[in-house]
Design a protein around this ligand. Sequence first.
Ligand code: ARG
Length: 588
Amino acid sequence: MTAPTSLAGMLTRLAGDAFAAEGLSAAFGQVTLSDRPDLAQFQCNGALAAAKQAKANPRAIAEKIAARLKADPLFAKVEIAGPGFSNLDVTDEALAAQMGAMAKDGRLGAPRTGEGKTLVIDFGGPNVAKPMHVGHLRSAIIGDSLQRLFRANGWNVVSDVHLGDWGLQMGQLISEIEIEGTAPVYFDMNYVGPYPDESPVTMDDLEVLYPRASAACKADPARLEAARRATVDLQAGRPGYRALWRHFVKVSETGLTREFGSLGVKFDLWNGESSVDALIPAMVEDLKTRGLAELSEGALVVPVAEPADKKEMPPLLLVKSEGGVLYGTTDLATIIERVKDQNPDLILYIVDQRQHMHFEQVFRAARKAGLNGKAALEHAGFGTMNGPDGKPFKTRAGGVMKLFDLIAMGTEVAQKRLSEQNLDADIDVAERAEIARKVGIATIKFADLSNHRATDYIFDLERFSRFEGKTGPYLQYAAVRIRSILRKAKSEQAGHTIMRSPEERAVILQLLALPEAMAAAEDKRAPNILCDYVFDLAQKFSRFYTQHHVLNESDPGLRAARLGLCGLTLSALVRMLDILGIEVPERM
Ligand code: ARG
C-alpha cells in the first residue's frame, strides 16, 4: 500500500470511500496518474469493473462517484469520459501542499512497505578462484540496486554474497597444487600442523591455476577423478586440504571485496556454501528420518515433483553416491541458517535465470520440510548481457570480461565523451578522473538496470555512454545542471506555492509519483521501473526549464517557487540514482 504522503494514495482513499458509500467495494477506487496527461492529471477506471460486477450501467455508477468527489475541495475537476472513466484534476493548492510535505520529508515520501520486515538478499555469488563473469556482474548491479531500494522502503536488509567456495573447483585446485608440488606440507599425511599463515598462492596464481586445472580435468578423466576425490576429502575435513582451502578463500575474498568495492557494491555477509557445512549432517539425518529424503541410484534425493507440474521436476540431489554434497544441499542448509540467524520475511535470490529449476527444487524441498520459517522464498532471475554477436559478452581476446576491465572501459569512453562535450575543460586532472569514473560506472549500471532484468541485452558502450537519450550520463548531467542553477541562486529562499504552467505541473505530478514508483519497483523486484521514473522526471524537468526563466524570473514569488521545483527535482534525481547505485558528481 502507498504511504500516507502519496497524492495518488490520498485520491485512491477518497475514491474508495465514494465507492463504499454507494455500497460498492472500495477496491474499485484505485486512482493512478492519467495515461492521457493532456486530458487530466489522474484517472480512475473503477466504475467499469464495478458495473460489470453489479451488472449496472458504468456511466451511471461513474456519475454517482463523481457527484461525491466533486464535493471534496481537493478536486479542481471531476469529469466522466467514454464509457465511464473518471478524469480527475486536483487544485494547485493541493499540489503545492503535497510538494511542501515531500520537500520536508527526508525520505521524499518513500513508501514504508518494509516496516518491521526483514529481507535476506542473496546476490553477487562469485566463485572462489574462478574469474567473475558477466552473470556475476549483473547479479551485483541488480542485487545492489534492490538492496538499496528495499532499505529505502523501510525493510531491514541483510545482504549475503554467498560465495561459491565448496564445489568441485576447490578439489581441482587442490589436486593441481599437489601435482605441481609447490606446497607439499598440505599434502603430507604425517604432518599434524600448524599450517603456515601465509598463503602459498596469490590471487594472480589462482587465476592461472584454475583454468589450467579445469582444462586438465576436461582432457583427462583420471585428473577429474582426482579432483572429485580431493573435493570429497576437503568436505570430509582433511586438515591439510582445509588449511589450503582457507587460503584460497581468504585470497579470493580480498580480491573480490576490492572488485565489488570499485563498483560501489557492499555486502553485509561474506558467507559461502561452506558456511553451512556443519549443519548438513543433521539436516540430512532429519530429512531421512522424516521420510522426505530417499535413495535413488545410490544418491540421496528429495523428491519435489507435484501433481500439477506441467514439466518434469527432477528430485533435489542431496548427497552423491561417493558422499559429496551438492549446490542444492548447501542452498537448502543455508535456508536453515538464515531462518535461525535473521528469521527473515523474505529471502530473495538474484541469480541468472538459467538456474530457475535449481531454485524451484530447493524452495520446494525447503517448504516440504518446513525449513523456511516464515520466509517467502523467491528467485528473481535475470537474462544475459551479450556481445554484438548475440553471445554472452567476452573481451576482444575472447576471454571472460573482468569487472576491472569493464570499469576501465566505461571510464575510458566516459573520458572521451566528457572532452567531446567540452564539459570539463576548466576542471583539474584529479577531479576529472573522478568524474570520468563516476560517469563510466553510471554508463554500465544504468544500461544494465534500464532493461527489465529478465531480458537479454546487447552491450553497446557507444550507445550507453551518450549524453543524450535514456542513459546514465544523461541523468547525471541533468542533476549536475540543476546543481549549478542552485549554486547560482545561492541562499535564495525556495517556495512551493505558485505554479502557472502545464510544464510546472507536469514536473510536480511526476515528483509526487515517486512513492508509487518505489513501491512498484519493490513489488516487481524491477529497478527498471525506477530508471523509467527518473528518465521521465529529467525529461519533464528539461521541458519546464527550456520554457521558463528561473534565475532570471523577476517576480520573486515565482522565482522562489521555481527554485523550489529545481531543488526538489534535484533531490529526487539524486535519491533515485543513488538507489540505482549511481553517484552524481558535484559538477561536470
Ligand atoms: N555461485 C553461483 C554461480 O556462480 C551463484 C550463487 C547464487 N546463490 C545461491 N544461493 N545459489 O552460479
